[in-house]
Design a binder for this molecule. Structure first.
Ligand code: NAD
Ligand code: 89Y
Length: 345
């Protein structure tokens, strides 16, 4: 018969966790048995909304009382290390939202704690799981455009993210750690390890504390260069939030992902335009639907990995290289010069 359902728990019932809870409901063989949030109102509203009776304000109490097959941590970055280490102590496989940690030493300690406990750790780094990004990666992998020598990943918007996520306005760091991290992960995923990075950042919106625009130049060890630019201070006639625009030039052709989820592939035989729109899941709402569908994709991947024992694509170990790029970007933006990265962070 079918395997017993996996008993999961979600820690953090805030803005983004709602997507994670919806996606868990869509995945066969998973039951979210318990939830945790230190905020009692969020805890009860989420419990009522998703029909989850076992509720905890304290994660340590939850781990002590529940038998869990995995935990899904959807809190903000400050609590990631203590919560991941708590899960490791209880030998519970763990998913942690990005940013895994604020510093590379913290991230390494978390990866080590899970490795020593013998439990898998996946970072909820979902952007590379978006349907349009997967479509681009699939074309690149066929070799149709040849070896890539140039990439540009661009995310420019004036969407008011502070309305749903007010904490984004008050942190010392903003766009590199919060959104640039996704773009840097996609750049690594498409073009390989990064050997050097130069960044410039600025704050345009006077109502927030951190930087809201950044431009980065990346040297990839395999020979490609990429430009990664992000802004939440860009006003345009049509706002493309939360779409990533992408251009890749290869020796024999190019791939161009444009707003409106149109991908144009040019190879030696000509050009074709493909609609790479994400599906609109029943619980999804535009313009978030691409991100929401990627949540279902990454969580399904986690279940496949838990059942088969394979390492998740965005494992903690893999994600160290992405955290290293975020750290390098802040370092370069502060000091002005390039930052050189080691092959293994
Ligand atoms: P949020 O503030 O809306 O939600 C966080 C929740 O966690 C709050 O309800 C808070 O009470 C709770 N919490 C915090 N510390 C806790 C602890 N120690 N124990 C129990 N509960 C605790 O934040 P958000 O905007 O939903 O962001 C959460 C995380 O998700 C962040 O790391 C953010 O970067 C990430 N995020 C990822 C994506 C994505 O596409 N992958 C999108 C948005 C946010
Ligand atoms: O929190 C951010 C993320 O991870 O994706 C988009 C976002 O919600 C705002 O930048």
């Amino acid at each position: 018969g079918p395997p017993a359902p996996l008993r999961g728990a979600v820690v953090g019932c805030g803005f983004f966790a709602m997507n994670q809870l919806h996606a868990w409901r869509d995945i066969a063989g998973v039951e979210i048995a318990a939830i945790c949030d230190r905020d009692p109102d969020r805890l009860s509203a989420t419990g009522e909304g998703f029909g989850i009776a076992r509720r905890y304000r304290d994660a340590a109490e939850m781990f002590a009382a529940e038998r869990l097959d995995f935990v899904d941590i959807a809190t903000t970055v400050e609590s990631h290390r203590p919560l991941v280490e708590l899960a490791a102590r209880h030998r519970v496989p763990v998913i942690c939202q990005k940013p895994l940690a604020k510093t590379l030493p913290d991230a390494r300690a978390m990866v080590d704690a899970c490795a020593e406990a013998g439990v898998p750790l996946m970072v909820h780094e979902n952007f590379r799981w978006q349907a349009p990004i997967r479509a681009v990666a699939a074309v690149l992998a066929t070799g149709r455009i040849g070896r890539p020598f140039f990439g540009r990943l661009s995310f420019r918007s004036g969407y008011d993210v502070f309305k749903g996520q007010p904490h984004l306005a008050t942190g010392e760091r903003f766009i590199i750690q919060e959104l640039g991290i996704h773009m840097l992960d996609i750049a690594r995923h498409l073009f390989g390890d990064v050997s050097g990075l130069t960044a410039r950042s600025t704050r345009i919106n006077p109502a927030i504390r951190g930087e809201d625009a950044v431009t980065m130049l990346l040297d990839h060890a395999g020979g490609a260069m990429s430009v990664v630019d992000c802004s939440y201070a860009t006003r345009r006639a049509v706002d493309s939030f939360p779409e990533t625009s992408l251009e890749i030039d290869g020796a024999f052709g190019s791939i161009h992902l444009m707003p409106g989820y149109r991908m144009v592939v040019t190879d030696r035989t000509g050009s074709e335009t493909v609609d790479v729109s994400p599906p609109l899941l029943p619980w999804a709402a535009r313009p978030w639907h691409s991100v929401q569908e990627s949540v279902l994709a990454i969580q399904s991947h986690w279940v496949d990995c838990l059942r088969s024992g394979c390492e998740p694509a965005t494992s903690g170990r893999d994600n160290l290289a992405t955290v290293a790029l975020v750290e390098a970007a802040y370092e370069s933006a502060a000091a002005g010069g390039p930052v050189f990265l080691h092959a293994r962070p």
